[in-house]
Design a protein around this ligand. Structure first.
Ligand code: ADP
Ligand code: MG
Length: 301
């Protein structure tokens, strides 16, 4: 098959691994920078070009679109979908999962466990917002944040009020969340392919830190999932409509709660922690499922 990896940087671990595994399975792998693509949107035909050349026809596409290029990246992916290329994750599902509020709303609609979460637009609502999530300590998150940046733990009500006020004053979109203290600075990353958790790891925050992101100095180790955690992770990915997803779960005293669903989960941490060939499993999923024009949405909606 001819498979494209939509990625800005061929040297990233995940991009390299997907190329390597694709090639070792006998496929022709192309790494395409979505920002270099330009497109012809036309009634009769659609095409994608780079540097004066039309790209060849692909059988499948693996989007690895960074958070900072979601808008243009998903537009490029949508163009491929309209041309009938099979995407392992669809543009609509990626956009859905990138919107933290929308994701939580969809997950709650399906009855999936979540931390109690509030959001508001106006400073006049702050005291009530804090009460709604059970008072301090609480977690305040910038909706635009990634890799733990923009996630703040407010230990007291006073701290919470001033941080929320400051963010709102800057016109930043935020949400306010119950602090799951009993998680002890750890979360669980479940790597989903299709409808299975194929690898999972526990990430533990470094001493004095509550954010377990590896980028914030967290460390990864193996973990055994409970059946409830496993089914929660699979249902969360399903709800987003993602075939490949990294679902992050906290162990709370009211069961597993989903924090976020990532549509381009990094492969380095999880392959290292579990010694599993995750990139190979992604290629195998494509081999089993790729068919021209097989998308749920073909870029609609
Ligand atoms: P990002 O998208 O920046 O990774 P997250 O929502 O995943 O933001 O939060 C970063 C980290 O902070 C999580 O991995 C987790 O360890 C910790 N964390 C986030 N929300 C909570 C919460 N409600 N209770 C306890 N810890 C949390
Ligand atoms: Mg996270």
């Amino acid at each position: 098959m001819r498979i494209a990896v939509l990625s800005r940087n061929p040297n990233l671990y995940s991009t390299r691994r997907l190329k390597e595994e694709g090639e070792s399975h006998g496929h022709e792998m192309h790494i395409i920078d979505p920002l270099k693509c330009y497109m012809n949107i036309n009634m009769k035909s659609s095409s994608v070009h780079i540097k004066g050349k039309e790209l060849p026809e692909f059988d499948a596409i693996i989007p690895r679109i960074g958070a900072s290029v979601t808008f243009y990246g998903t537009a490029v992916l949508r163009q491929f979908e309209m041309m009938g290329v099979y995407p392992i994750n669809e543009s609509v599902a990626i956009s859905r999962s990138r919107d933290k509020l929308r994701s939580l709303q969809l997950l709650s609609r399906k009855g999936i466990g979540l931390p109690v979460t509030g959001f508001a637009n106006q400073a006049s609502n702050i005291p009530d917002l804090i009460d709604m999530v059970g008072g301090a300590p609480l977690v305040i998150k910038l909706l635009e944040g990634t890799q733990g940046i923009g996630v703040v733990l407010a230990e007291t009500r006073q701290a919470a009020e001033s941080v929320i006020e400051a963010f709102m004053g800057m016109k930043a979109d935020i949400m306010v969340q119950e602090y799951i203290r009993e998680a002890g600075g750890a979360d669980i990353r479940c790597l989903i392919i299709g409808d299975k958790v194929i690898a999972s790891m526990k990430r533990q925050a470094k001493a004095g830190e509550f954010r377990s992101n590896l980028h914030r100095g967290g460390s990864a180790s193996l973990v055994r999932l409970t059946p409830e955690e496993r089914s929660t992770a699979v249902r969360a990915a399903r709800t987003m409509g993602l075939n490949v997803a990294g679902v992050d779960i906290l162990r709370s005293n009211h069961g597993p709660v989903v924090m976020e669903v990532n549509s381009s989960p990094g492969l380095e941490g999880i392959e290292a922690a579990t010694s599993k060939n995750v990139a190979g499993r992604i290629i195998e999923f494509i081999e089993k499922n790729a068919k021209a024009h097989k998308t749920r949405t073909r870029g609609k909606g």
